[in-house]
Design a protein around this ligand. Structure first.
Ligand SMILES: [Zn+2]
Length: 52
């Protein structure tokens, strides 16, 4: 997996084909719901905070 370095416009990520997109709700290739890297919340972090 490559980290986003300079291309900050592509913040939508498809976990199925591991590709990045600028916009859209689902991947045009496989229809998988895209994950927003800009506002994604780490589930592990959330669980840790919730556990306190
Ligand atoms: Zn895809």
């Amino acid at each position: 997996m490559t980290l986003l370095s300079s291309d900050t416009n592509r913040e939508l990520y498809c976990p199925t084909c591991e590709d990045h997109y600028e916009r859209g709700d689902v991947c045009p290739k496989d229809g998988t719901r895209l994950v927003s890297l800009g506002s994604v919340v780490d589930p592990l972090l959330g669980r840790e905070l919730d556990g306190r």
